[in-house]
Ligand binder design. Structure first.
Ligand code: ZN
Ligand code: ZN
Ligand code: ZN
Length: 317
């Protein structure tokens, strides 16, 4: 891992680390006064009557744009009626030519943490089905992302994901491609050399394993990384494994919530149409990115990954 030393005016040494996947610069600046509960942002609680007027809940299908497709529906179900398990609709306020919302559950579930493993596999299948539609229409990238909590940009509290169709990989993915090529893959190396103290959980499907770990060079406290141990570019080609990865993301959020209280977060899939190594990044939004992060591109993380992992591992679930 590339690093540069700099000595501050008190003689202490801060290391500027380079994230091996992205090249992003990160400094760990742990403060001993930081204890669980010291971060500011929290997930807002449910408002009275919230579920009673939620457009994503089953029975209010007419309040979204007409659905593109639904999964888990009974034979003979009419579109935009009740009786589905996962529903995909166009975004009502799209920023892109094609932007969709995947409603994760028919009932009013406020967090990925509370979505069942069975539903998470259906969500992965819906992402894969949308990807097929995107490829058929000449798009080259599907950005799948989850925002949870107002501090993370979510506008509706019912658990959902966003799917953005793009004509080429977005900059954050493009920046990783050269680092994640088979035979010289930084993510394969990261997983092989991972400090066991940072690994939180894994799931096995046949001979394949997907792992949940605290990101060794995360930009924010408790940043999580979820990836298959073997080098695979395309998550949409194996939606069961992607479902297992989403289940690990949900476990990570449950652990985070147990330590810090209900926490806002952003999560996204980095997927590759050519060579690459797919993974999910989950960034809790307990702190605020400020000028050094946004203007300098250097992320100051106040929680060491070993400390984050110890807290998350010991979380009472
Ligand atoms: Zn709802
Ligand atoms: Zn790899
Ligand atoms: Zn990535």
């Amino acid at each position: 891992m590339a690093s540069a030393d700099s000595t501050n005016e008190h003689g202490a040494t801060a290391q500027i680390l380079s994230d091996p996947l992205s090249g992003r610069k990160v400094i760990f600046a742990p403060s001993r006064t930081k204890r669980p509960g010291n971060f500011e942002a929290r997930r807002e609680p449910a408002t009275p009557g919230e579920a009673g007027k939620c457009p994503f809940c089953e029975g209010r299908e007419q309040e979204t744009p007409p659905e593109l497709f639904a999964l888990g529906a009974a034979n003979g179900r009419e579109p935009d009626t009740a009786g589905w398990k996962v529903r995909v609709v166009p975004n009502l306020y799209p920023a892109f030519a094609r932007q969709q919302v995947v409603v994760h559950t028919p009932t009013h579930t406020r967090s990925l943490a509370d979505v069942s493993d069975e539903q998470l596999v259906l969500i992965a299948e819906s992402w894969a089905e949308a990807a097929e539609h995107a490829w058929a229409q000449g798009f080259d990238h599907l950005l799948a992302a989850i925002n949870e909590g107002k501090a993370a940009g979510a506008t509706l509290p019912h658990s959902h994901s966003q799917l953005v169709w793009l004509e080429q990989a977005p900059p954050e993915v493009a920046a990783e491609v050269s680092r994640l090529q088979r035979d010289s893959c930084a993510l394969c190396a990261l997983l092989t050399d991972l400090d066991p103290a940072l690994k939180l959980a894994e799931r096995k499907l046949g001979d394949r394993t997907v792992s949940l770990a605290v990101a060794p060079t995360g930009r924010a406290p408790y940043e999580l990384l979820i990836a298959p141990d073997d080098h695979q570019p395309d998550a949409f080609g194996s939606s069961e494994l992607l479902g297992a990865a989403l289940a690990l993301a949900a476990e990570g959020v449950r652990r985070l919530n147990a330590v810090e209280g209900p926490s806002p977060f952003n999560a996204w899939l980095h997927n590759f149409q050519g060579d690459g190594h797919w993974h999910i990044e989950l960034v809790p939004r307990l702190n605020t990115f400020a000028a050094i992060e946004l203007g300098g591109g250097i992320f100051i993380n106040t929680l060491l990954p070993e400390e984050a992992a110890a807290r998350l591992r010991e979380a009472p679930l």
